[in-house]
Design a protein around this ligand. Structure first.
Ligand code: HEM
Length: 470
C-alpha cells in the first residue's frame, strides 16, 4: 500500500507557499553522530528539524525540511556494500563523471565549478530548508547544525521564488508537472497527458514502460519509495539572453519573411506597444521556449499571448509544424503525444521539477551597456525521477543536446539550456507557409556551476540508515 506519509514531502507535491529555499551541503564528520541525526530527523527529536513527509495534512508546516544523500554519503554512513552495489551506475559514478552526457563541458565543466562542488567526493548530504522568510531559514539551519559533531557545512546555496512564478529570462515557470496516479493533486491544472504511474518517480512501483520497474536497492526498507534527484546550479546569462533577442529581432526586421511571424499592423497584439522590434523580440523568446513569457503555450496560441489560454491542456498531436517549433525548450523536454523518433519514449522521461531562482531580478534596459560585474543569477534546479539515466540524462543528452527526437532538430542544442556554441548553433522559426527562418549564433545562455546526484530516501529508509547497525 502506498502512503504519502512514507515519502519525503517535496517529491510528489511541491511546497508552493514557501518562497525561500536554502541548500546546506554537508559532509559526514562522524558516522555514528550522523546516523543519530538521521534517526532524530524522522521523529524531530533532540532539536533536529523534522523531515517533512508527503502527508502534511490540512496545513503545510511553517517550514519544510528534506534531505538527499549522494553515493559517497551512503558510503560514509556505512551502508552495506551489498546494498551499495545495487544502486544504478550513474548514481554511483556521480554527476561530475557524467559531464559529457549532461553537456557539462567548456565553461560548464566540473573543473570550473566553485566550492563546494569542486570537491564532489566530500559532498555527502544535501539538506533543503523551505520557509516563508530568511529568519525561519536561519532558525532551522541552527537546529540542523548546532555544532560540527555529525556534519561539516561545506557550503550553502540560496534562492527565492519571484512573484507569479517568473524566473530569470522572464518566463513564467513551474507550470507543468506530471500528475500522478493515486495522488490527489488539487493544486495542478488538469491536462490531457496520461497520468504518470508512481514508478515514474518512486522505486518499487510500475512505470509506463510495459512490464518494467527500476531495480530497488535492498533491503526493501532502504530502496522502496526512494527516488533520485539531479540537483543543478545553473547560471543564467540574463543580460546575454536579452541582448540575443535584440539582435535576432534586428535581423528579422530586415527579413521580409518575418511578416509571416508578425503581419504588419499586429505589433500591439504582442503586448509590448507599437514597436515592431519589441514585438519581434517577444516572438523569438516565445519560440525558443514554446511558451510566451506569460506562460501561454504556443501550441494553443501561436500568434500572441492569450491571458485566457489554458496553460497545460494541450498536445502536439495535430499541431501543424508552424505553431510550436520542434526545437522549442518545452517541446524538446516533453514531446507529449507528438511523433518522435523514439516513439516508445513518449511520456516515459517525465521529471518532477522543483526549481528556485537565485540572484537578484534583472531589469532589461536596452539603453544600458552590458555590465561585466553583474551579480550571478540562475536557477537552483532539482530534476527528480526514478531513473537518472533513463529520464534526466536521456532528456539532457538525447533531446536537449542532440535533438534526436526529430530529424528537424537533430544536430542542434536546446536554445535555452543547451550547450550551444555561437559558431555552429541554430534554431528554426517555423513559418505558416512552410519553411523556416533559421536563427544562428546562439551562445550558451545557461552554464553549470555545480550539482550532485542524490538519492531521496523514504522516511523508513532514513530511519533505517539512522538506526540500523550495518
Ligand atoms: C536555467 C535553465 C532552465 C530554464 C530557464 C528553464 C525554463 C523553463 C520554462 C520557462 C519552462 C516552461 C514552464 C513549464 O512548463 O512549467 C520549462 C519547462 C520544462 N523544463 Fe526547463 N528550464 C531550464 C532547464 C531545464 C533543464 C536542464 C531541464 C531538463 C534536463 C528542463 C526540463 C524541463 C521540463 C521537463 C519542462 C516541462 C515541459 C512540459 O512538460 O511541457 N529544463 N523550463
Amino acid at each position: 500500500m502506498f502512503k504519502l506519509a512514507d515519502l519525503q514531502g517535496n517529491i510528489l507535491r511541491g511546497y508552493t507557499n514557501k518562497p525561500h529555499v536554502r541548500y546546506l551541503i554537508l559532509e559526514v564528520v562522524e558516522r555514528s553522530a550522523a546516523r543519530r541525526w538521521l534517526a532524530d530527523s524522522v521523529s524531530g527529536r533532540n532539536g533536529v528539524p523534522q523531515i517533512t513527509s508527503g502527508d502534511w495534512g490540512e496545513k503545510k508546516p511553517d517550514t519544510c525540511f528534506n534531505i538527499g544523500l549522494t553515493y559517497e554519503g551512503l558510503c560514509a554512513l556505512g551502508t552495506p556494500s551489498a546494498s551499495l552495489k545495487m544502486f544504478p551506475n550513474e548514481f554511483i559514478e556521480g554527476m561530475t563523471a557524467r559531464a559529457v552526457k549532461l553537456g557539462d563541458v567548456g565553461r560548464s565543466a566540473p573543473e570550473n565549478w566553485p566550492a563546494p562542488f569542486n570537491e564532489p567526493k566530500r559532498i555527502h548530504l544535501i539538506a533543503t530548508i523551505y520557509a516563508e522568510n530568511v529568519d525561519q531559514l536561519n532558525e532551522v539551519q541552527k537546529r540542523a547544525l548546532p555544532d560540527e559533531k555529525a556534519f561539516k557545512l561545506l557550503g550553502t546555496r540560496e534562492g527565492y521564488n519571484f512573484p507569479g512564478d517568473f524566473v530569470h529570462f522572464g518566463y513564467r515557470d513551474n507550470i507543468t508537472q506530471p500528475r500522478f496516479e493515486e495522488v490527489p493533486d488539487s493544486q495542478r491544472h488538469p491536462d490531457r497527458q496520461p497520468k504518470a504511474p508512481l514508478g515514474t518517480v518512486l522505486l518499487g512501483h510500475p512505470t509506463n514502460l510495459e512490464g518494467l520497474t527500476w531495480r530497488v536497492p535492498q533491503p526493501a526498507e532502504l530502496g522502496h519509495n526512494g527516488t533520485f534527484n539531479a540537483f543543478r546550479v545553473l547560471k543564467q546569462d540574463v543580460a546575454g539572453f536579452e541582448k540575443y533577442l535584440d539582435r535576432a529581432a534586428s535581423d528579422l526586421l530586415k527579413d521580409s519573411r518575418a511578416d509571416e511571424l508578425l503581419p504588419p499592423g499586429d505589433e500591439e497584439k504582442i503586448g509590448k506597444g507599437p514597436s515592431r522590434h519589441a514585438a519581434l523580440r517577444e516572438i523569438v523568446a516565445a519560440n525558443l521556449c514554446g511558451r510566451w513569457r506569460d506562460g501561454t503555450p504556443l501550441a494553443l496560441s501561436a500568434d500572441a499571448p492569450d491571458p485566457n489560454a489554458d496553460l497545460t491542456d494541450f498536445d502536439y498531436v495535430g499541431v501543424g509544424d508552424a505553431r510550436c517549433p520542434h526545437g522549442a525548450h518545452i517541446r524538446r523536454c516533453n514531446p507529449r503525444g507528438g511523433q518522435i523518433v523514439q516513439r516508445i519514449a513518449n511520456n516515459s522521461r517525465r521529471l518532477v521539477r522543483r526549481g528556485v531562482p537565485y540572484g537578484p531580478p534583472y531589469t532589461y534596459d536596452p539603453a544600458k551597456p552590458r555590465d561585466q560585474d553583474e551579480p550571478e543569477r540562475g536557477l537552483l534546479g532539482n530534476f527528480i525521477g526514478a531513473s537518472l539515466g533513463a529520464q534526466f540524462e536521456a532528456m539532457s543528452y538525447d533531446w536537449l543536446n542532440l535533438g534526436l527526437q526529430d530529424p528537424r532538430t537533430t544536430g542542434s542544442n536546446d536554445p535555452i539550456s543547451g550547450a550551444n556554441d555561437p559558431g555552429t548553433s541554430w534554431f528554426d522559426l517555423p513559418l505558416k507557409s512552410g519553411g523556416t527562418i533559421r536563427l544562428r549564433g546562439l551562445p550558451e545562455f545557461v552554464s553549470t556551476r555545480g550539482g550532485a546526484y542524490t538519492f531521496l530516501p523514504s522516511l523508513k529508509a532514513i530511519d533505517y540508515l539512522g538506526s540500523q547497525m550495518m
